[in-house]
Ligand binder design. Structure first.
Ligand code: FRU
Length: 486
């Protein structure tokens, strides 16, 4: 039985002030003993991290919030935890940005996005409330963040009149002085959809309906919707639930992430016009709820949760769960979203090692670059007991096999993930950080993002290619300063 299921509702919905200082310290201590904790990925000091929220570039800094359950490594009472950074290396920890302290968010401040408006940021979120019969009453709400990073809640702006209780995760943008919002919604006939709203003053919102695409029956819920324009095209990005596929690559996780690229969103017909077939940005085991934002230089940046709802990872026993992906810059090419690690991360690279066959790993945080030309190859991360993960490729496909790790989990959803090899000659990048691997394949058209658990990682070996380049990576700093930890 997973540890998570032994938690009662009362325990999960305890608030931060209900956990004593010594409980917090003991969870932190436990997490500090976990050698699988990452060095250059954002992860919680204790408790559970899920979706990235409120991503924006404001006042010279990138602001990142994430869903946080402080009470333990479980889904329960959700807060927004706030960090900011100028360079993705040094972070300022602002502590909790949004607390569930109103009647309308009494059961959690759920996910949402941000909109920068001059010298303030509007933070949109879902107020998650449960009534006395435990029925969910979701509302879309907003708060304002000022130049000094103080945040004040403004209250409810949209009540749920059209959808089932699954109505959450607002993302707002502005075009020609009009505000638009998409919300992840389940229609009355229990289909996943992206609901569009429009407003001129941010306070009254007109329901325009679910955005029309050719996918009218794709799962029962679309969480964490995002809509943006990129290189003159319109992109819908979302996390559908309840989708399966017999194709060897698509929709293999418990829940997935998908996107549609179209010519434009027609605001009279509420249709994504001229869109291609649905695509998936990631073919790994653990990738969910990605969100994007524009930074000061006009880059569209994506950050995802490396984790999935309803799946426990082995780190649960060390009192923490979940981390954010590295930031990835997005562009569009041939109808695909191209993901590239943000150039800022290059400053994290330390010494470079070029190796053939096997290299004994000094520590578990590194980047591997692999020029695979047109070859078939295999790359293995292993310990002395032979516990390992294997990333390999034939000429037609890539494969990530985690069936022989030290600690298996979620095996019910399979222990192998595959992705098509779209290009023969390519340079691959693999960002490894103790228990996470983010592999950029097909020139960024796909990634394979996964957690993995190997005790005492010892070796990296390659077969089929002559050499690989490895850079050890530095740690990011400042993450836990508000918790008075070193
Ligand atoms: C996605 C999600 C969102 C919700 C949030 C709650 O992982 O379920 O739909 O707002 O997590 O933490």
């Amino acid at each position: 039985m997973s540890l998570n299921t032994s938690w009662t509702i009362e325990q999960r919905y305890r608030r931060l002030e209900d956990i004593s200082q010594s409980e917090r310290e003991s969870m932190t201590l436990s997490r500090q003993q976990d050698t699988s904790f990452p060095c250059y990925h954002i992860a919680p000091s204790f408790g559970l991290l899920n979706d990235p929220n409120g991503l924006c570039y404001f006042n010279g800094e990138h602001h990142i919030f994430y869903q946080w359950t402080p009470v333990g490594p479980v889904h329960g009472m959700k807060y927004w935890y706030h960090l900011s950074t100028k360079d993705f290396i040094h972070f300022t920890d602002h502590g909790i940005g949004l607390h569930p302290d109103e009647d309308y968010d009494s059961h959690g401040v759920y996910s949402g996005g941000a909109l920068v408006e001059g010298d303030r940021v509007l933070l949109f979120f879902t107020g998650n409330k449960r009534d006395e019969n435990w029925n969910r009453v979701p509302t879309q709400c907003f708060a304002t963040m000022f130049l000094n990073n103080e945040i004040k809640k403004n209250g409810i702006i949209i009540e749920n009149e059209h959808y089932t209780e699954h109505f959450r995760d607002p993302k707002v943008w502005k075009k020609d002085d009009v505000y638009f919002m998409v919300v992840g919604a389940q229609t009355q006939n229990e289909k996943g959809s992206m609901a569009l709203y429009e407003s001129e003053n941010l306070l009254t919102w007109q329901h325009k309906g679910p955005i029309k695409t050719k996918y009218t029956d794709l799962g029962y819920m679309w969480e964490c919707p995002d809509f943006f324009e990129l290189d003159g095209q319109a992109v819908m990005l979302f996390s559908p639930q309840g989708v399966q596929s017999s194709d060897p690559y698509d929709f293999k996780n418990i829940y997935s992430v998908a996107y549609l690229v179209g010519d434009r969103l027609n605001l009279s017909t509420i249709e994504l016009e001229g869109h291609h077939d649905i695509l998936q940005p990631d073919y790994g085991f653990d990738f969910y709820a990605p969100q994007t934002y524009l930074d000061g230089s006009g880059r569209r940046i994506l950050i995802a949760w490396v984790g999935l709802p309803d799946i426990d990872t082995p780190s649960v026993k060390y009192q923490w769960a979940g981390m954010l992906s590295i930031p990835r810059e997005l562009t569009l090419e041939d109808g695909f979203l191209i993901q590239k690690p943000l150039t800022e991360l290059q400053s994290l690279r330390k010494e470079e090692v070029v190796f053939s066959q096997t290299h004994k790993i000094e520590n578990g945080s590194f980047l591997v670059q692999l020029d695979i030309e047109d070859k078939e190859f295999e790359l293995e991360l292993s310990n002395l007991k032979g516990e390992r993960i294997v990333f390999s490729a034939t000429r037609g496909e890539f494969q990530l096999d985690r069936s022989e790790m030290s600690h298996l989990y979620a095996e019910k959803f399979g222990t192998v993930r595959k992705a098509p090899r779209l290009i023969n000659n390519q340079l691959l990048e693999m960002y490894v950080d103790n228990s996470v691997i983010e592999i950029f394949i097909n020139d960024g058209k796909h990634t394979m993002t996964s957690r993995f658990f190997i005790d005492n990682l010892e070796n990296i070996s390659i077969k089929g290619i002559e050499y690989a380049k490895l850079f050890y990576m530095d740690r990011i700093d400042g993450l836990y300063s508000s918790l008075k930890e070193n």
